[in-house]
Design a protein around this ligand. Structure first.
Ligand code: SAJ
Length: 420
């Protein structure tokens, strides 16, 4: 089974690194994206997202002629779909991007092609994708009707890489391969084996879909446990970080860290794909989502209590005189990604009620997101330390660990990460 030409549909945080890694193994790769600007950027050998070392790999792949980006699909031997799967309405999965991607590649499919869905998807999405392609190409046969005899092989192989470590994890992590038939799995595994050093473990498409959702839900439930503990400990006047450190000394206890909430485009979204399929059964998974979604609101309540306390201790001041600084806006430490960030949500809320100045320190970005531009001032940590009255620590970026204890000693601090 040889794959001369591989096409990756969707050149975002997953698709672009995947395309670049295949290209670095001297495979001809065609990256497809509807965003013309992203396509032009990649064809210049540059990147439009932030991921360590990705710029070098893409630059080399483009200049050596192994990777090119286009806006409309071209024929290839294998197609990997890595488009977003957000939710809509009441947390219902939105398969719109998969639908358009599969209909677009259907036009160029040939007998013998392999189509892999990499996007995190609700159970049944791979079968649905195969159905969309079958409808668009009645001249070809697909696994749902022709089993092992089908012209086109279809599999789900969820991405599982951690932002910030994508290039390493793409190669080292095990891959779960869920073909619609055994031959579909076999062909998909042969493709991944050209780049993956981890094991390629074979299952069916539905199990592979559920496996990815399970991994992220597992993490969400465990973070919710830590977040719930943090709120309980606050009520009981117990330091939650000390508590977790102590409990984790038990050989079979491993509690995660509380924070201002769960951000990013995966862990805060994927559990809903399980809830939407089985709402009456997924009670714990839903509750975990609710606990984590409530956490930023709880942090805002703590800030309001902090302001009241500050005014009580400084009776000559009004709330207008109080400067609040948010340390960190990203959705997790040491990255520049502010999308779906609970820290941004907290900053936005502060802005909506606080009459005094609001500052933000975010060493990983040069400008604020649209929703904060009117009212929040982005400043350096040093100036914030001298100017602000209330410190809200929202992200445990490495730079914040270096702020001297002395500089914090007389400030009112609201800590969501246990760093200070
Ligand atoms: N968080 C906590 N406490 C913790 C750990 C994380 O509050 O102890 C928060 C983070 O601050 C962040 C959110 O959770 O706001 C998510 O961060 P993360 O580092 O747990 O995960 P992601 O979203 O960057 O990546 C996850 C990974 N999934 C798992 O670890 C099970 C990654 O492997 C997946 O590939 C990725 O989702 C994805 O694309 O689905």
């Amino acid at each position: 089974m040889s794959f001369e030409k591989i096409s990756v549909i969707g050149l975002g945080y997953i698709g672009l690194p995947t395309a670049a890694v295949f290209a670095s193994r001297k495979k001809k790769v065609i990256g497809v994206d509807v965003d013309k600007k992203a396509v032009d950027t990649i064809n210049r050998g540059e990147i439009h997202i932030v991921e360590p070392d990705l710029d070098m790999v893409v630059h080399a792949a483009v200049t050596e002629g192994y990777l090119k980006a286009v806006t409309t699909p071209e024929p290839a031997d294998a197609f990997l779909i890595a488009v977003p799967t957000p939710f809509k309405g009441d947390h219902e999965p939105d398969l719109g991007y998969i639908e358009s991607a599969s209909k677009a590649i259907a036009q160029v499919l040939k007998k013998g092609n392999l189509v892999i869905l990499e996007s995190t998807s609700p159970v049944g999405a791979t079968e649905q994708m195969a159905e969309w392609m079958a409808q668009a190409r009645p001249d070809l046969t697909f696994p749902q009707t022709h089993g092992e005899e089908s012209d086109i092989r279809v599999a789900h192989c969820p991405e599982r890489v951690l932002p910030g470590h994508v290039l390493r994890e793409l190669v080292q992590n095990d891959r779960v391969i869920g073909g619609m038939t055994a031959k579909c799995s076999e062909k998909a595994a042969a493709l991944y084996k050209t780049i993956v050093e981890g094991e390629c473990v074979i299952t069916n498409a539905r199990t592979a879909e559920m496996c990815k959702l399970t991994e992220n839900s597992f993490r969400d439930v465990n973070i919710a446990f830590a977040n719930e503990l943090s709120m309980i400990c606050d009520k009981l006047d117990i330091n939650v970080w000390e508590l977790i450190r102590l409990a984790n000394r038990h050989p079979r206890v491993n509690i995660l860290q509380p924070g201002p909430g769960v951000g990013g485009h995966c862990i805060a979204v994927d559990p809903w794909f399980i809830v939407s399929k089985t709402p009456d059964l997924a009670r714990l998974i839903r509750t975990a989502r609710e606990v984590n979604d409530y956490k930023p609101k709880w942090v805002v309540e703590q800030i309001k209590i902090g302001i009241a306390e500050y005014l009580l201790n400084n009776p000559h001041k009004t709330s207008k005189d109080i400067t609040i600084v948010c340390f960190g806006l990203a959705f997790k430490p040491d990255i520049d990604d502010l999308r779906e960030s609970p820290a941004v949500e907290v900053a936005k809320e502060i802005l909506s009620f606080h009459k005094g100045r609001v500052l933000a320190v975010e060493p990983n970005v040069n400008s604020l997101p649209e929703c904060l531009r009117q009212g929040v001032c982005l400043i350096e940590a040093e100036s914030a330390v001298s100017d602000a009255d209330i410190f809200v620590l929202l992200v445990d970026h490495k730079e914040f660990k270096e702020i001297p204890k002395k500089a914090l000693s007389k400030k009112l601090i609201i800590e969501t990460r246990g760093l200070w």
